[in-house]
Design a protein around this ligand. Sequence first.
Ligand code: ATP
Length: 870
Amino acid sequence: MDIVIINHNSFTNLKFIIIFQAKMIKNPFTNHSYVSDEADVVAINDNRHASLNRFRRLTSVNETDEKVKRDPALALAKLVEKTDKNGVYVNKGLVMEDERSIQSTPGAITPNNRPPKIAVDVRDVTFTYGFGQKSLLTLKKINVSVPQGKIYALLGSSGCGKTTLLRCVLGRLQPQSGVIRVFGQEPGSEYSPVPGPGVGYMPQELALFPDFTIKETLRYFGQLYRMSSKEIKARTKFLITLLHLPEKNRLVSQLSGGQQRRVSLASALVHRPPLLILDEPTVGVDPVLRKAIWEHLDALCREDGLTVIITTHYIEEARTAETVGLMRFGRLLVQSNPEELLVRHGLPTLEAVFLKLCQLDSAQIPESVKTDAVRYDDEKNNVTIETKKDDLPMVIVNGEKGDIEKNINNNEDANNNIAKNAISLAPNTAGNLLIPMSTSFKDVSARATPSTQSPRMSFSERGSTGDFSQLQNQISVEGQRRRMFDLNRVMALFIKNSIRLKRNVPILLFYFFLPSIQIALFCICIGQDPKNIPVAVYNAEDPPGLSAEYLSFVNPEIVVQVPYNSLEEARQAVVDGKAWAALHFSHNYSASLNQRRIMAGKADNATIESSNIKLYLDMSNQVIGFVLLRTFFLAFQSFAQDYLSILGYNPATVTLPITIEKVIYGTVNPSMTEFMAPGVIILIAYYATTALTALSLVLERKDGLLERSLVAGVNSFEFLISHIMTQTIVLTIQEVFMLATTFYIFKVPSRGPMVWVFSLTFFQGLAGVMFGLFISSLCADEVSAAMLGMGSFFPTIMLGGIFWPIQSMPDWMASLAAFLPQTLPVESMRFILSRGWGVEFFEVTLGFIATWGWIIVYLVAAAFIFKKYT
Ligand SMILES: Nc1ncnc2c1ncn2[C@@H]1O[C@H](COP(=O)(O)OP(=O)(O)OP(=O)(O)O)[C@@H](O)[C@H]1O
């Protein structure tokens, strides 16, 4: 257990902290060798005697042992005994004691100057990105206290962890260790207003919908905070005037960069949050506007009690803040009032102070991270800073290089004689730091940069993190408790999604008609017989008799007959790719054919040979090859039947001795379109919605819009529900158009009830929406989402039985394929369309079961991953 004793020095009115380790204490006020930078118990010391007395009073409240009352060491030990591990007893007891007994002491804590409540209290927070070897320790035991109603500016070089810290405060990241309290509650906990109406957040990215107007933007955020339309209107009017925004119906995408940032700020302010977190709000903003923003924040703090945490790269503008905290490499080097920092370090600018502190810190930084030198000259203030890295400076103050230590000491000496025993390192009430002066300059830097420690305030210095119930009542959270599902928020998200869709009419129409266009393309281009296939014909019969008769039966739509003068030429035409086949009739074709008919089984081979039509096929394209074969066979059958009937024979004698009776299902001669249509309908329904859902969500995540909505209190479940709602409407319209195109325009035959066709298609579309949600919860960008979508598309086509029956696959592959989202539904659809079955047939029901199985699997997986990632 460690003890902090705060010593209020009346001479300089500066407040210092001396830190003691309880277990080592013999005489706590005379021996500074007990210094530690850890503290859990707090006592206040105005001067040595007063402090001893107070100690006695404090510890003897219920103390009967006279020995303990007389001996400060025993008293202190008793104090420790009575204190819980957070030092709460002492904190409370001390404040009460102070109020009664130290009012007359200059600089002491009195009811009038009692430390403010701590709105945001960050204690010993450590955060690491990633795991194992790739992990990045980003926050190292950070301690930050933000008093209520004040501005706290968080400064530091790029990548030092500012945004990470803010995201921890917002409850968006969970620290691995340490405690964060915002208005006394852990962010994200059941009763915490953060994330939610307790905070307004302006992220570093713009995080605005470019296709929204200013009015729509503020309405969206207002609705997320459950504000009424009237309130939103009034706030919009007020914020537009306050932040000099353009007319409310202007699109965000048409505003200048500065105007867009002000809209972003307005979005954070719309619900009058008690805490405002601004991540670099002034980047890219002109100096006049920067000043105006700071003045406005200052005014809000004073008038409305707003608490602000702001990060900025413009160090000097942070002078308006009550407290500045300097972060470096994941540690907080110092937090203090800016003016006090300037006085303490005797430097004219905050920038110079921070560069100096960085130099002290850099003594601990390994050479490996240092890069080329740069030079900083502040001629006006006669300060030159040379850096080895942009934030690892050597400072030359007033022309004297390397004179920092002297400068510090002189400054401290001039200010107070206690500085002989202490220089700044541990935080005072405003956050400055003290350690014993006996420590050398090097020791100072060593102490200033403890490997994982940061300046730390005791409870009484931090102020009270106590009762914020009044404030919480002001925040318009119904019932205070965090809700798993809030219909208002879902509706706000749904309206937002709808506006986004509506704003881009061509894209919306494209989405509505995309499946219809695809199915129309399928019906037009796939499954029909090839047409106008050139065939080289060499007819050696002169004059042509039955050969010409036969050729007249060949379907002229399919075959274009091109006459050639020799067999070689005709064959060469095929070899050259000018024809898909060559037909050859012998010079005595008609005579041989008649002879063959008459002789029947007694015809010799020569007769049979010369009565045959010789066909030379190019089978490089099987479909064309088979179509030609079928065409020539059918032509011969028709020709033979015709010829025999002319001769007075029964034409049926030339048909195959198999009679095809009326088919039980389907048609005798079905087209490929009929076979493929069920699969294609299912495939299009599924992937049209997948693409839309996955992309819209991924884009929202990427632009920081999702983060902002989540900070506004939206949870991942509500987010998913709102997208399912929007996509379901789009899906319904898509399905109606697609099925109308399939069955009413292209007349693809359907023998089953349309209700089951529509239901199965709709549910497959829904499964596609869930798959889109699943993809977007997994993928951080459009490229990986597209890759995943494409990656799943091809196995589905190959294994789904869409273009080829699964019965042709090896058994094990067919069993595997049955588990894909489309395989069984495609079969079901085929049964409905070609057999006219309904759900009373188990084979059809199976398709519905598989579809719903996948809907549930994707939804649960998406919700799980989405929650984990968000
Ligand atoms: N999601 C993440 N995964 C892994 N590392 C991250 C992630 N976000 C940030 N980091 C890393 O954590 C460190 C701190 O990042 P952070 O954004 O908090 O810095 P910052 O101080 O806000 O920087 P800047 O001023 O440039 O915005 C950086 O090294 C950064 O690369």
